[in-house]
Design a binder for this molecule. Sequence first.
Ligand code: T4K
Length: 401
Amino acid sequence: MSKSRFTPSGSEGGLPERSRGTRLPHEPDGPAWLTVNSPLLPDADALSELVRDILDRRWVTNQGHYARELEARLAGYLQVDHLALITNATVALEMSFLEAIPDGEVIVPAYSFPATWNLFFENPRFKAVFVDIGEDFRIDPDAVEAAITDRTTAIVAVHTYGFPCAHERLRALCEAHGLTLIYDAAHAFGVQLAGLPPVASLGDLNIFSFHATKVYNTLEGGAVTGSEALVHRLKRRRNFGLSSEEQFSFGTNGKMDELRAAVGLLNLPLVDDAIAARAKVSRYYLDALHSETDHLQLFPSELFPHGGVHNHAHFPVRVRPDAPVDRDGLLDALKRENILARRYFYPTPTTSELYRHHVAPGALPRTRACSLDTLCLPVHHRMTEADCAHVVDSVLAVLSA
Ligand code: T4K
């Protein structure tokens, strides 16, 4: 019996088997789940060979052979001249904010992962000004414009789910008001919109996550792209601020070790096939769920942008108010079928006690709505057609109840 995967070389015909699923670390003897994501991993023998070489060299971190090689190859893949590899995207964001944003107010969407804004609350140099998103999850440029004051120093925008922001509007606002533009591109590896430069070269700085749950990963990891001068300063900052044995400025430890760089090098040639496999999952869902648009809002033109390249990092759906269940009802029903969808992003500052002093009651209505009605369905390169059918059948069973 064939066990085809959604890989370019695999046969797609007749897919009776489901993939084996994932056991969660806190449920070692529990069921295998069809998870929202699954890490892209290299061949074990190929990795062992690189691990042996790293051990032979006895140089295991601090800009070693593999980290330098990966930095060069990623710059090529993302079509930029300057890239710094960082230990994870959270540290990369924090370093970028400290290095590139003057003291003042920073406009940032409340609909994101806490890594996007946490530093602004813990560092007195900054004040976060939350703004709302549009119906398509991306920061609303009109809300940004309305939030600019003479204390504003930067806009931090997020290419949520890999859907690129309204870049031309944001860039024009930054130029008009002298602001720094930083993109949290954690979800946007390899994305490109028709008529625009690659996503890695849109912002003054662009931060990517290479966490295991991302389209491309180094287990944990991240990178920053930007101008030669800024990337140079960030390379110094990731090494405690040291520029020589005797000279230092402010910094942290943001380096990537050789083992993770080796994983990254082996994963890079696999990523295009993985994205193609993800695209097939998206296409399957869109085709199978399009008759349910009274109950679910889908995002076909964001997932398959005309003339552009998307990476299928996530497959978000919004559960409409007149659906027979709400978002959490759908989440629970899928769990009963061993499908682990995720509420990215929930909570947000509109639904979390922690930020109650920073969000006025009733403010940011679209952020609040999306955090309560959005669910990300499983999408990853290991899913079989039978996995997709299981998800779709489970969703339809709930919606037609
Ligand atoms: N900016 C944005 C917009 C972000 O979304 C993120 C992170 C960041 C910045 C910061 O990036 P990093 O500092 O992490 O580089 C995950 C990730 O940990 C996080 O990276 C990600 N965004 C966030 C949206 O999701 P959880 O709590 O959902 O992860 P977890 O452990 O529940 O994993 C999700 C699913 O993935 C599991 O159900 C199964 C699968 N999985 C996960 C891991 C770790 C595996 O199959 N194998 C694994 O090893 O946070």
